[in-house]
Design a protein around this ligand. Sequence first.
Ligand SMILES: [Zn+2]
Length: 277
Amino acid sequence: MTRVFLVAAVFSGALLAGCQTVETTKGGTVGVDREQRMMVSSEEVDASSKKQYSQMMAEAQKKGVLDRNAAQVQRVQAITRKLAAQVGAFRADAAKWPWEVHVVSLAEVNAWCMPGGKMAIYTGLIERLNATDDEIAAVMGHEISHALREHARERISRQMGTQMVVGIAGALFGIGELGQGLGNMVADVTLNLPNSRTHEVEADRMGVELAARAGYDPRAAISLWEKMAKTSNGDQPPKWLSTHPAHEDRISDLRAYSAKVMPLYQAAKGGGASAGK
Ligand SMILES: [Zn+2]
């Protein structure tokens, strides 16, 4: 018993030492303000992300699936550029991130943003959903929000916490090994593992605000989800749904928050001169 207690004390001591509470973003109009605990620095995560992203895009290039349709690429770049121009509403430093987007010719309905602003959208999402500009802005606004909130860093921190426990336990008992490389973890949490409900709600709310501020109809987030849901009736449910699991209240939450940011949208569209500022 004493031994178990000692082991527990070693764990919590180790975890506390490497852990910091941070505020990644300001609340914005939608008021996302949860405290986050991190065990790895932004710099480390962003450096790994940049490296992984370069490798993945080089691989896409080699397979001939990178940015094949110039008009489509320009369309996506224009939308993400407008969204990225609004990130200052949530965090000033992100305005200077090296934002980058590529269109990958894959049938999968998917899009993502790795830490530090490295994005991709697949042709499957654009074409199979017949996505409007507002809907593409909804998807990318949601993805960008995950990056602004550093959800990947938070999830990695959580994984590291678990692995550190395993690692220490392994060392103590003469077995086991400490986890996988950071780069793999970054890719894994961005592309493969499902986000938590908490992260989804935050990305939904911030996503509609970014879209509205950029002049895209925030209500498109609702039609986007409805289209996603219809597509999932087939044999191959959208990959995006597996990494961004739907929660029961999502549509009503999106309705409420898109209504809340409508004045920002109207001001951005120039129709609300009196409502602006
Ligand atoms: Zn998400």
